[in-house]
Design a protein around this ligand. Sequence first.
Ligand SMILES: N[C@@H](CCC(=O)N[C@@H](CS)C(=O)NCC(=O)O)C(=O)O
Length: 180
Amino acid sequence: MVLREKGVEFETYEVDLSNKSDEFLAASPTGKVPVVVVDGDSLYESNVVNQYLDEVADGVSLLPADPKHRAHARVWMAFADDKFFPALFGAGIGRERGYSEEKISEADGKLAAILNDLEKRLDGRDYLVGEFSLADIAYAGNFARLREMEEKRIVPLEEYPNVRVWISRVESRESYKAAL
Ligand SMILES: N[C@@H](CCC(=O)N[C@@H](CS)C(=O)NCC(=O)O)C(=O)O
């Protein structure tokens, strides 16, 4: 999404994460995606990579200009990493991987609290911080998973109308549709 929002041309290569090549493991110290190799140095952690790309590529800036607003964008990026993703993972993949009922219901409760925080934040806002930014992108990678969980009735998205509209707003961007 970042590359497309910035108008950067790129080619896509598939990485088989169930059978990682030596080339990939040499590039990715954590064995995970995303990773960007710049002059032999590997940069990883999606929010770090996204900020790097935003800084080096021309095109519209994906962080607000005002330092305080930038800080808020980073707060919401950290919230995605530290809270949203682990809770979504626990509630979604946890079921597939046979976590105990107790662990799953704990993850469901955490996810509900997190969606509630997002719901409040999005009240009266189109995006998390000002215009569309890296803060929104930090969540978008998991929207498809969230939709699946909605279909399976694991997540009652109708209880979070602001979140629902925000998800649709992000999903309607060309950069999102092209990245799917
Ligand atoms: N916090 C990291 C998470 C990266 C991550 O977990 N990537 C997954 C794909 S979404 C991965 O590469 N998994 C392969 C593996 O763990 O073997 C980030 O945001 O970049």
